[in-house]
Structure formats: structure tokens, C-alpha cells
Write a protein that binds this ligand. Structure first.
Ligand code: G3I
Length: 370
């Protein structure tokens, strides 16, 4: 990447243009990106790195989804998390199945560990996630009961978890992925057992348990489906207008290096039109979205990925200050990304490589807020 000359950079950008509107924005942003990157090397090739950390350099909370086992057992991982991030999300430790494996059993150990770790190291904790159709324990999937019993199960879980961490977890993804890509409500067990107003009730129950917690609706697809994006905005605006205690919208943004700037811009700016806080809550940028089993991470891909991170962060940073809840990457490094396991393919979606070294996109993220 650092060997790329200006001609190659232009060729890369040219190939990425898909709309006139995005072209103008991209050229402006990428010129700034290239200038910034030229003046500050992160590789140590010519100049020593001056950037201390995301935590010190980013003007809004910058976080990562963390794996508790790695936090406990891998010193490089732990030290990097302590150094770089100001906000932490549990990748899995606060999901229903992890916290509540049997009807009368809660397992708080990993979630408690994370919250204590965050407190010891002065970091914010964002809770993920109270109500989701996945990662449910079998006792919930098999639960037999009338609608009142289901309502109790639902309310008890939300309120037990939120109460446990009241004042220590500042925000929650209350409901995750309630919509299908076609914009209809997902036919989840929650919809089946509780009806469509379960979403509003989840927010109300969470709010009762911690009136100071910031409550988010979290979903994916804002950038690749205008239909889903409209449905999410419609859902969120409906909750807000009905007086439901919702404070933010989470854009997961598991995206790809060749997603258009126009789509990414629409995702971020449409979310901000709700007036709610915006959290880019699960950011990663895949460079192998077509599942090529023999792909290598070329200099060109690294550069294209950096430019996409730059665009996303720059666009987010342009939102009103009180709406910038933060950006969280989903995982820390290319060694621990969920993508390689889930899709069974090589990929390099995160700002740190497999050896926890900063990649080109690390510097692009910093440059995007200058
Ligand atoms: O805990 C078991 C372990 O006991 C068992 O030995 C092992 C064998 O496969 O599985 C372990 O559970 C896995 C768990 O991750 C912990 O590693 C589950 O099978 C696996 O499905 C689970 O995947 C997680 C997935 O959510 C489902 O909960 C991923 O790590 C996690 O990155 C992913 O995160 C989601 C967000 O919550 C919501 N948005 C999308 C995002 C990516 O899919």
C-alpha cells in the first residue's frame, strides 16, 4: 500500500466510483486521506508514528467488541484493548444464552469480568444485547407457557440484566435485528409469542430497570438495502413518536471494501435524521466478500479498505456532536474477527493485523477526524 504511487491511487478510486454524487464526495475525502497518509507513516518506514491511540486521538468514543477469553488469556490483546479503546462491547458475554442458560440460572461471570475490567481501565461499556432471535438458550426455545408466562420471561430477563449493571453499563442494544431485509418484522420467537409491540415493551422494561441507561435499536443492512433502511428508520421514528424511551440507533455496518460511498453516506445521514444518537456499533470492512479461498491481502486491498474506513469515519464525524455516540469495531484484530470462522474464508476486516500491528486503515481512521 505504501508503495502505491499517486497514479495507482487514482486508478483505485476511479474503479470505485458508482454514482456522480458519491464521486464528488469521494474525491474530496480521498485527496485529504492521501495527503494525511503521506505526511504520517504508521509503518515506521520513514517517520516514527506520532499517533498515540484511538483513545487519545478520536473526538468521540471509539470501541471494540471484545472476547472475554482473549482478554483474560492473551496479554497482547489485553494490552492493546487497554491502550486503544474508550468503549467496550461484549462480543458474546451479555447475550441471552450466555447470561441466562437456564430458567432459574444466571451466569454473570464473564459479563462481570468485562464490567470490572472496564471500570479498572476507565472505559465505557455498551451492553449487547437484551432481545435477539439468535443465541437463545434451549430452555427459551422450548418454553411452554401462555402469553402471560412469555411476557414474564421476557420482562424478567431484561430487568434482571439491566438491573445487574445499572449505572455501570451506560447503554444497551435493547432489541437487535428485529427486521428482515425486505422490511417486514422478523418472524422471531419474540414476535410469535409476544406480538409486534414486544419491541416497544422491551424498551419500556429496560428503562424501568435503569432510567439513566441509553437505549438503542440495533440492526444491519442500512448501507446495502434502502428498503431495510427505510423500515428501520420507520420503526425507530414510530417508537420515538409514541413516547417509547429510545435514545439511539445502532448501525452494525458489517460492510465491504467495495460498498459505495453513496450508500454508506445514506446509512449514516438517514440515521441521524431521526434525531437520535447514532452508534456505528459493529463496524468491520471485509475485503473478501466473494469468499475467495485463496485471496491474499494485497497492498491495493489494504489501500482500498483504508479509504473506506476513512469515508465512514469522516461521514460519522460530521454528525452533530450530541448525536455521535461512537464507533465500535466488531472484534479487535484480523486474528479474532468473527468473519473467518463464520464464512470459512480468509479476510482482513479490522484496523489491526493478526500480530496486533496497526494496518493502513488505522491511520485512515485517525486522519478522518483531522
Ligand atoms: O460457547 C460455545 C462453545 O461452548 C462451543 O464449544 C463452541 C463450538 O462452536 O461454540 C461456542 O459458541 C459460539 C459463540 O460464538 C462463542 O464463540 C457460537 O457457536 C457462535 O454462534 C457464536 O457466534 C457469535 C454470533 O454473534 C452468534 O452469537 C459470534 O462470535 C459473534 O461475533 C456474533 O456477533 C454478531 C452480533 O452479536 C450481532 N450482529 C452480527 C454479529 C456477527 O454475526
Amino acid at each position: 500500500m505504501r508503495a502505491l504511487n499517486r497514479f495507482n491511487r487514482k486508478a483505485v478510486f476511479h474503479s470505485l466510483k458508482v454514482s456522480l454524487a458519491a464521486t464528488a464526495v469521494s474525491l474530496f475525502l480521498c485527496t485529504s486521506c492521501s495527503k494525511a497518509k503521506n505526511s504520517k507513516s504508521i509503518s515506521g518506514d520513514s517517520e516514527p508514528a506520532k499517533v498515540e491511540s484511538f483513545q487519545k486521538n478520536m473526538p468521540f468514543a471509539f470501541g471494540a467488541a471484545v472476547n472475554i477469553n482473549l482478554l483474560k488469556s492473551n496479554t497482547s490483546y489485553r494490552e492493546l484493548v487497554i491502550k486503544e479503546y474508550s468503549s467496550l462491547t461484549a462480543e458474546n458475554a451479555m447475550k441471552f444464552g450466555a447470561l441466562h442458560p437456564a430458567e432459574k440460572t444466571y451466569n454473570w461471570s464473564d459479563a462481570d469480568y468485562l464490567v470490572q475490567f472496564a471500570s479498572d481501565n476507565n472505559k465505557r461499556v455498551h451492553g449487547h444485547t437484551l432481545i435477539w432471535y439468535k443465541s437463545l438458550p434451549t430452555w427459551v426455545m422450548d418454553f411452554q407457557g401462555d402469553s402471560e408466562a412469555w411476557e414474564q420471561l421476557f420482562k424478567n430477563h431484561i430487568q434482571a440484566v439491566v438491573s445487574r449493571f445499572r449505572g455501570r453499563v451506560v447503554s444497551w442494544d435493547v432489541v437487535n435485528e428485529a427486521l428482515e431485509d425486505n422490511g417486514t418484522l422478523r418472524n422471531s420467537i419474540w414476535l410469535q409469542k409476544l406480538g409486534p409491540n414486544y419491541i416497544a415493551r422491551a424498551f419500556q422494561y429496560a428503562h424501568e430497570a435503569d432510567p439513566n441507561a441509553l437505549l438503542f435499536y440495533n440492526d444491519y443492512g442500512h448501507e446495502y438495502s434502502s428498503v431495510k433502511r427505510a423500515a428501520i428508520i420507520n420503526l425507530v421514528n414510530g417508537l420515538k413518536n409514541a413516547g417509547v424511551p429510545i435514545h439511539g440507533i445502532g448501525l452494525q455496518m458489517h460492510t465491504r471494501y467495495n460498498q459505495t460511498d453513496a450508500n454508506l453516506n445514506a446509512a449514516i445521514t438517514d440515521a441521524s435524521q431521526t434525531g437520535l444518537k447514532v452508534h456505528i456499533s459493529e463496524l468491520d470492512i471485509a475485503v473478501n466478500p466473494d469468499n475467495n479461498p485463496s485471496l491474499t491481502f494485497s497492498a491495493l486491498l489494504e489501500e482500498q479498505q483504508a479509504e473506506k474506513y476513512f469515508f465512514i469515519v469522516k461521514t460519522f464525524n460530521a454528525l452533530p456532536a450530541n448525536q455521535k455516540f461512537g464507533i465500535t469495531t466488531w472484534n479487535v484484530s484480523d486474528a479474532d474477527t468473527w468473519i473467518t470462522g463464520h464464512y470459512k474464508r480468509p479476510d482482513w476486516p479490522l484496523p489491526f493485523d493478526k500480530n496486533y500491528k496497526r494496518k493502513a486503515c488505522y491511520q485512515a481512521i485517525i486522519d478522518a477526524v483531522k
